[in-house]
Write a protein that binds this ligand. Sequence first.
Ligand SMILES: NC(=O)c1ccc[n+]([C@@H]2O[C@H](COP(=O)([O-])OP(=O)(O)OC[C@H]3O[C@@H](n4cnc5c(N)ncnc54)[C@H](O)[C@@H]3O)[C@@H](O)[C@H]2O)c1
Length: 448
Amino acid sequence: MATATASRCDIKDPKLAPQGKKRILWADRDMPVLARIRERFEKEKPLAGLKMSACLHVTCETANLIRTLKAGGADMLLCASNPLSTQDDVAASLVHDFDIPTYAVREENKETYYQHIVAALEHGPHVTMDDGADLVSALVFVALDRLDDVEAPVRAWAKKLSPADRQKCISQIIGSMEETTTGVTRLRAMEKDGVLKFPVVAVNDAQTKHFFDNRYGTGQSTIDGIIRATNHLLAGRKVVVCGYGWCGKGVALRARGLGAIVVITEVDPVRALEAAMDGFQVMPIVKAAEIGDVFITVTGNSGVIRREHFAKMKDGAIVCNSGHFDVELELPALKALAEEVTMNVRPQVDEYRLKGNKRICVLGQGRLVNLATAEGHPPSVMDMSFATQALTTEYCIKNKGKLSNTVHPVPVEVEHYIAKHKLESMGIEIDTLTAEQQKYMTGWEQGT
Ligand SMILES: NC(=O)c1ccc[n+]([C@@H]2O[C@H](COP(=O)([O-])OP(=O)(O)OC[C@H]3O[C@@H](n4cnc5c(N)ncnc54)[C@H](O)[C@@H]3O)[C@@H](O)[C@H]2O)c1
């Protein structure tokens, strides 16, 4: 490790690096599409000369993405996109084995979280990558001179810069990638308000991302997190999934696969109908609250389970969230209802004792349960998401100056490349259109 990197990091314990390296390389075995891109990036260096700051969950899979971007020639810096998702051994290995400045400590407080964002800003990025849009939001607030709206560390950093330097931080950004649904929602709101200052690509919206990562990745890892935290049997239990979007569908499917009786709550009539026709019970949360054994929010919305719902829950109810921010469960309201709170009755399980000796257990402090109590998405699915990230970064650079300051889709060629190579790595062959079929599918003359 270069001494320069050792002085540009904030990690829990450098001694964890050997374990982190083993886990990163284990994940890499199941990320063949990303490995293929890394091999090409090594030779072609499409990102040479670029400074890049990434604000992502610091996991083994992310480490392999960062290695890929670095192989492409980018001068990388990584900070955490969530206070409770960092894998400390991975952060240590990134610094000590892969020479990547990394700012991430599991269970960091809000102040440290934003100090780490400042480190990402100080890097002077030409390209940013977000999972939840916290890095871009900080940049936009600074560009708008809305320093009262940023957290103290960002404010202190911005105040040290001249107005010209502040604008330069923003004007030098070529483009930004966004990993998750909530981030894309925030970016679209920025675009609508006319405050987006550089092009952004909605990586989440690529089919090669949300069809697989949100559905199968969140589906499996959320259930994995609940089981690791509680060691409960799901068979025969009533599992309430709030939100039947891409993530919700995956969580519901996997819970049903384990024998749970799955109840869906929704606010979108089409998705509620889809859930009903997929064979799930659908009802409002106020009714589901009375019957559920396990509650999982995965909506990207706030205040989904509130005081009145906690008050109706059965003794022993398990409550968790797999949506991006920790605002889906109204935990301050639960705390206000509780007569006693016992933290960590098991690791990452907090017990709230309400009147009448009723106990409600919250997993992972209401933060993304799959990352707080398990390891997040398996590498095989992150292979596709992060291959999409790597190729989209290259696309942004190739199109420097040509993209408007709006939210852009991932180019279809990127999606096709990833799907094709993922299938290949899985040993799956598919048919190709014959010339006749091609003609039929693009013509109108042939009918009954
Ligand atoms: N845990 C993870 O690792 C992980 C991975 C990917 C995405 N996410 C996050 O999960 C959340 C959901 O993502 P998605 O891709 O499924 O989004 P989505 O837009 O496909 O689905 C969200 C669904 O929630 C519903 N909803 C909104 N408010 C609701 C409410 N009050 N009650 C019930 N349903 C409500 C919406 O109608 C929608 O159908 C986002 O915050 C996203 O960033 C988490």
